[in-house]
Design a protein around this ligand. Structure first.
Ligand code: HPA
Length: 235
């Protein structure tokens, strides 16, 4: 039984899946952190792996960029592979004034400018939120590891290059960071009765024109990966 986008069989994914946007990051995590690891997806080069971390089964699966892409992969994982929890690990642009380069954000909620929620035909505005269990476990784990985190709202945007230049408006609402996937992931989790969390490291602060180097992004990514993996062992 494979799906249109994932070639595995039921049982090929662990109940908890870490989802970086970049499939090569999935491979990096598999090679550097997991034991007994095997590749479970190569379709479209969107690499997925399953193994164990400190004896706990875990999968890592690339999501691609944007809500349509993570929408497809997370839907198939939740509905066809019995996945219970997805933790996205990605980068974000810092928006709120106090957010600095390399900060780690736990996305408690995800505002969005996308029409993803239209499919649910709700008579109002849906508020996509993280699973409290995942959020609390990640926050507690970060405190134990001595990794400072900020907890609050993300903005999941359909545009990376945005003609409207609207970040200052979102800053007024104290949105911490902009990325492009969390809202769709949170909605898919809610609709499936499952769990999701988005953890981001701040790779740039577009309002201040500040950017990290590739090396800084790699180091920052390691702290976030280690937080996400340690969180998995506590679920
Ligand atoms: N915009 C959207 N997504 C992002 C950004 C950004 O500035 N930085 C990292 N992911």
């Amino acid at each position: 039984m494979s799906t249109p986008h994932l070639q595995g069989n039921k049982g090929d994914y662990a109940p908890v899946v870490l989802m970086p946007g970049d499939p090569l990051r999935a491979e990096f995590i598999a090679e550097n952190y997991l034991s007994d690891v095997r590749c479970v997806n190569r379709i479209r080069g969107m690499l997925g792996f399953t193994g164990t971390y400190q004896g706990v089964p875990v999968s890592v699966q690339g999501s691609g960029m944007g809500m349509p892409s993570i929408g497809i992969y997370s839907y198939e994982l939740y509905h066809e592979f019995d996945v219970q929890s997805i933790i996205r690990i990605g980068t974000a642009g810092g928006i709120a004034g106090e957010v600095k380069l390399r900060d780690v954000i736990l996305g408690q909620g995800a505002c969005t400018n996308s029409r993803y929620a239209d499919q649910y035909r709700l008579p109002g505005t849906y508020a996509p939120i993280a699973s409290y269990r995942l959020l609390k476990t990640a926050a507690d784990t970060a405190a134990e590891l001595g990794i400072p985190v900020r907890v609050g709202d993300l903005l999941s945007s359909d545009t990376f290059y945005d003609d409207a230049d609207s970040l200052a408006q979102w800053q007024k609402m104290h949105v911490l960071g902009i990325e492009m996937e969390a809202a769709a992931l949170y909605m898919n989790a809610a609709r499936a009765g499952k769990e999701a969390l988005c953890i981001c490291t701040v790779s740039d602060c577009p309002l201040r024109q500040e950017f990290t180097t590739a090396e800084e992004r790699q180091t920052g990514f390691r702290a976030m990966m280690e937080l996400a993996l340690a969180t998995v062992t506590k679920l």
